[in-house]
Ligand binder design. Sequence first.
Ligand SMILES: Cc1cc2nc3c(=O)[nH]c(=O)nc-3n(C[C@H](O)[C@H](O)[C@H](O)COP(=O)(O)OP(=O)(O)OC[C@H]3O[C@@H](n4cnc5c(N)ncnc54)[C@H](O)[C@@H]3O)c2cc1C
Length: 278
Amino acid sequence: MVANKKPKTLEEALQIRASEETVVYAGGTDIMVDQVPEINFLFINGIESLKHIKDKGDHIEIGAGVTYTKLLASDLIPKLLKDSIVDIAAPALKNIATLVGNVCNASPLADTPPVLSLYDARLVLEKTGAERELTLDEFMLGLKDTAIEKDELMTYIRLPKKDFTDIYYEKIAQRKAASISKISFAAAATIKGDTVEVFRFAFGSISRTPLRLRELEASIEGRKLTDVKADIETIMAQCDEQIQTRDGKRSTGRYRKKVALNMIRDFIMTLGEKEEAE
Ligand SMILES: Cc1cc2nc3c(=O)[nH]c(=O)nc-3n(C[C@H](O)[C@H](O)[C@H](O)COP(=O)(O)OP(=O)(O)OC[C@H]3O[C@@H](n4cnc5c(N)ncnc54)[C@H](O)[C@@H]3O)c2cc1C
């Protein structure tokens, strides 16, 4: 017997999570295509306290009920995250789908996790009387597999503020918009004077969780920008060796690899040339 619940408060929602097995329903845009068998849905879209975007000083707090439309309209949301949202589906879907839903769905094809990874986003999981924060790597374990417990809800995403001077986002898909990614690429850097202080990039759609090459990133940080650009072929050889791409439904591994390398090269070679990013 299906008994859907629509709590008005977070406390009520957490009590329901603690006492019965439920599938959380935010915008429902992933769930509705997933063909979930008879099950109790816990609708969280009636909980007003989860619909805010707040400036918390060193970070921005995004509630689990915040839709893409609201994120795109907010001055608090960094451009790089907006760039990853703007081409997701059509406006009608953006009016109901949530960022938290995109993360909790744990799809390798999701467009926002690469950006959240670059921002060191902290994912807040709450149950009655307790809260914990996980990084994206700790939360996304694999395809549709996450670290969430049955009695928990993801309530917020906390996005630390960053002083990136350069950002880059590209989504390659069959069409410009309303299309699932063949590969997505998010990158960010902080250049001070001629020094690359922060350098990071992440790919979506080529591995089960966003792909970062953290050792390579660290080896570039602290170097002179001119030296990094002069060393481009060595860096590209390392990327070529470390990025593994497989054939998939939407494109071949060879195509994805070629595009991935082109995007990294373009990001590095245009570093320091773009307008202030954030
Ligand atoms: C036509 C179409 C086009 C799409 N295009 C794109 C695209 O271009 N890029 C892209 O990345 N995605 C795309 N999607 C997928 C989907 O719209 C997004 O992943 C969206 O962000 C999901 O948000 P939602 O609120 O609808 O999640 P829901 O469907 O409500 O939930 C998704 C999953 O997360 C769980 N969940 C949701 N909220 C919570 C919570 N607070 N705590 C714990 N678990 C939770 C649910 O139980 C479910 O397992 C598309 C979907 C459709 C139908």
